[in-house]
Design a protein. Structure first.
Ligand SMILES: *Cc1c(COP(=O)(O)O)cnc(C)c1O
Length: 407
């Protein structure tokens, strides 16, 4: 399927209502304006769209199927369907926007893609796209994360990317962002900063949304073919919010479709630093170049956040989600670590599908909806596969679920 990008928002300045925009230093604004201009041409250029559609089909393996989760449905009493983004090449939805960003960089004559990565998922997807399109790739990563996420570091290096350690401060994601940003500012002409979600200054929230909207466009058509109707409820997890917005976009005008975005409630919603429920508990503010809900202290500095899913622990959220919350179009809810790990094992053992811990938040919300007697069908976006999480889960929760240590 070819994606077309004709959405009413954001406006020309990159605002979704009052959210989004571009709050960055003037010298960077010039470079970002150029990206914006070229992208505006690309999103209407049949050659660009054809090349992307070709890669989605032949490289990523799209369309990803929809699977009716019969056993899960029977147990909890509602029809639950999965959009299988976990079956994409590299195992998650991130490849959808990394390929788009890589094609844009090539079109602009850039030589190198740079980005930060936390757990390494964005880094691996971007290194993959860079290898395919023929660009250099520098991935900035905290020294602590480099040790923790060793397999992803190895993958990136095999793919030909440079992994550069951020060695200051707490040596994790925030420091990696600082380091990548500093490197980008030194040479914004030959490099493109490939943002990993629907966040950052305009045009990134729009651009990443456009690239991810293939998920909902496919799903809407597939679901109608399978069942003869639209889903009654759709569900996706929200970190920065790219897989969610990708799923939601095609259904926003279908007033009868209830939409749920799932944030991480972590270990506790009432304790600071123990969750990352930005839309549930945050308030509007500006960080990383855009305005959105954020978890912030009195000084407006980002608060520390936590989730069992490292892909979801971000103190802000894509500006379009803030807009959709205020409009009341999307219900934002929070799911705890414990509910998530339960759902992780339920899907694994009832359906033979090991989900990413991020995606397991959406599975848990679908189970909650079913248990509460929600009307009609539920389509959830299974954003990624859980291979990356298996050691962590068994080490921390194995005993609870009947897995004794193998050593
Ligand atoms: C990175 C990641 C997420 C969170 O990112 P979004 O931009 O919110 O989609 C969710 N699921 C998986 C599998 C991820 O790798």
């Amino acid at each position: 399927m070819k994606n077309t990008f004709d959405h009413p928002l954001p406006n020309a300045q990159g605002f979704f209502g009052e959210y989004g925009g571009s709050f960055i230093p003037p010298q960077l604004q010039q470079v970002i304006d150029e990206i914006s201009e070229v992208y505006q041409t690309c999103r209407q250029d049949p050659d660009f769209l054809d090349e992307l559609a070709y890669l989605y089909k032949h490289f990523v393996g799209r369309p990803s199927p929809i699977f009716y989760a019969q056993n899960l449905s029977q147990k909890y009493g509602a029809d639950i369907y999965l959009k299988r983004e976990d079956l994409n090449h590299t195992g998650a939805h991130k490849i959808n926007h990394c390929l788009g960003e890589a094609l844009l960089a090539k079109r602009m004559g850039k030589k190198k893609l740079i980005a930060e990565t936390g757990a390494g998922q964005h880094g691996v997807a971007l290194a993959t796209a860079a290898a395919l399109v023929g660009l250099e790739c520098d991935i900035y990563m905290g020294e602590v994360d480099i040790k923790k996420e060793h397999p992803n570091v190895v993958r990136m290096r095999i793919l030909g990317a440079n992994v550069i350690a951020a060695t200051h401060g707490r040596k994790t994601l925030k420091e990696a962002v600082d380091a990548a940003f500093e490197a980008y500012l030194k040479d914004p002409v030959t490099q493109l900063y490939a943002i990993g979600s629907v966040v950052g200054p305009h045009p990134f929230p729009m651009m990443v949304r456009d690239f991810q909207s293939i998920i909902g466009n496919e799903a809407r058509e597939q679901f109608q073919q399978m069942t003869g109707a639209l889903p009654d409820n759709i569900v996706a997890c929200v970190g920065g919010g790219s897989n969610a917005v990708g799923m939601f976009t095609a259904f926003l005008d279908d007033a009868k479709v209830e939409i749920y975005g799932v944030e991480p409630a972590g270990r506790s919603l009432t304790e600071k630093g123990e969750h990352a429920a930005t839309l549930t508990l945050g308030k509007p503010g500006i960080m990383h170049g855009f305005k959105s809900y954020m978890l912030q202290d009195e000084q407006g500095e980002p608060e520390p956040v936590y989730s069992v899913a490292s892909g979801l622990d971000y103190p802000s959220v894509g500006p379009q989600h803030s807009y959709l919350k205020d409009q009341g179009r999307v219900n934002y809810v929070a799911i705890s670590d414990a509910q998530t790990i339960d759902a992780f094992f339920e899907l694994s053992r009832l359906e033979g599908i090991i989900p990413a811990i991020e995606s397991a938040h959406a599975v848990a919300q679908a189970i909650e909806l079913a248990k509460s007697g929600v009307k009609g069908s539920i389509l959830l976006n299974l954003s990624g596969r859980g291979d990356k999480d298996i050691d962590f889960v068994v080490e921390n929760y194995g005993q609870q679920y009947g897995i004794e240590s193998l050593l």
